[in-house]
Design a protein around this ligand. Structure first.
Ligand code: PMP
Length: 404
């Protein structure tokens, strides 16, 4: 299947919104779900709803087999050395919290430094600030340039032996910038720092191989790669994961419990307490298959073409100011319209069936960096086409006419 043929797999696009065909331009918030993913969830609940890792009966065995098959599928997708390096979580947010509460709590001390960037999503800021209040380490920030890129030279100047963790996003969910993350990881490793990559926005913009990247941790959510909500993964290099204490305690993560103590299982089960989102995990594999069939590089090329088309069209609109303008960008454009509040623009677009996101996009430090409260964000998925770009422009011009 080519990206241009994928549209038919998305039933959500068959509906009208406010009397207009849905033009979905909010894939950075979440992608729509292809038929194969929706059917996998439905099939699981219809025929296979049983708990995993209990060895109780045939349905449980089947659920376990499918659940673990997703783990292997993801390990292969991201080039992990070992399936045990893949921990299922609720998503990127929980994955980062898991690292903060296990690795962070074990290794960070007062006097240490954690490096984040100004373009981090709140999911890669707040967990560290919560921990910082308790442990007293310092957070240093990689600045973002006017064009919306991380300043590598300033970053290098921040690196020394006190830096214990560099935790950066692969791609900005507001600006669309794709960072040269391998370069940032290599520099972090040269001072002995552990590295975490927030890949929530990156899994379809580039083929990612964790071994080539050399990161210690990487996190992403299924729902941003055409998969279900409520599930994601944490990749952790096995040597690092094996040394970590549990995240949460409960069933499924223990080898033995006595009144005196608990012996924990090895990773990944050590970090997967309780009944997981089994249908979500099973359907996650269908999403990865969908992406692999199309190939991230092809998806990215398709979306980049649309991004370039829209940038050309926006260049002719008076009052449109791009926020960030990195040439690395593939599928996201953020802008403001002088004299109009982003949320008013968003509402008028919605009235015309066009779905975009407006606001701070969980990037308040980044918005502060640009001196704005929010942007209008257009983000493309594999199902978008040139007709969507044209429909967006018509709707934007109408909104502009009303507001200005
Ligand atoms: N990081 C980035 C860059 C994101 O775009 C998002 C989602 N907007 C997250 C983290 C958090 O992902 P989730 O809400 O799926 O946990």
């Amino acid at each position: 299947m080519k990206p241009s043929e994928a549209r038919g797999e998305f039933t959500a696009l068959e509906q009208k919104i406010n009397g207009h065909p849905l033009i979905y331009l909010d894939s950075a918030a979440t992608t729509l779900k292809p038929r194969s993913v929706v059917e996998a969830v439905s099939h699981f609940y219809s025929y296979e709803a049983a708990n995993v890792h209990r060895g109780a009966h045939a349905l449980g065995d089947r659920a376990t087999e499918n659940f673990e098959a997703t783990r292997s599928c993801i390990a292969e997708f991201i080039g992990a050395r070992d399936v045990d390096e893949i921990v299922f979580t609720k998503g990127t947010t929980e994955s980062i919290n898991l690292v903060a509460q296990t690795w962070g709590r074990r290794y960070l001390r007062s006097g240490d430094v954690v490096i984040l960037s100004e373009m981090e999503h709140h999911a890669n800021i707040v967990p560290w600030q919560i921990l910082q209040q308790e442990l007293g380490f310092e957070i240093k920030w990689v600045p973002v340039t006017e064009s919306g890129e991380l300043n590598f030279d300033t970053y290098k100047g921040l690196l020394d032996k006190k830096v214990k963790l560099v935790s950066l996003t692969y791609a900005s969910n507001s600006l669309g910038t794709i960072n040269d993350i391998a370069k940032f990881i290599a520099a972090a490793k040269s001072v002995g720092s552990v590295t975490l990559v927030d890949a929530a926005q990156a899994m379809t913009v580039e083929a990612i191989n964790v071994r080539n990247l050399g990161c210690d941790f990487l996190a992403f959510s299924a729902h941003k790669v055409y998969g279900p909500f409520g599930v994601g993964i944490l990749y952790g290099r096995i040597e690092v994961l094996s040394a970590l204490p549990p995240y949460q305690g409960g069933g499924a993560m223990i080898a033995e419990v006595t009144k005196e103590k608990t012996i924990f299982l090895q990773p990944p089960q050590r970090f997967e307490a309780g009944t997981p989102n089994i249908s979500g995990v099973v359907a996650f594999a269908r999403a990865i298959e969908f992406v692999r069939e199309l190939a991230p590089d092809n998806i990215s090329r398709h979306e980049r073409g649309l991004t370039e088309l829209l940038l050309q069209m926006l260049a002719d609109v008076e009052g449109v100011r791009l926020v960030g303008n990195s040439r690395s960008r593939r599928n996201i454009i953020s802008f403001v319209l002088d004299g109009a509040h982003p949320s008013d623009v968003g509402q008028l677009l919605n009235q015309q069936g066009v779905a975009v996101r407006t606001g701070h996009h969980c990037n308040q430090p980044l918005m502060n960096r640009f001196g704005i409260s929010g942007t209008i964000r257009v983000s493309f998925g594999v199902y978008n086409n040139e007709h969507d770009v044209e429909a967006f422009m018509r709707a934007l011009m109408k909104a502009r006419e009303i507001l200005l």
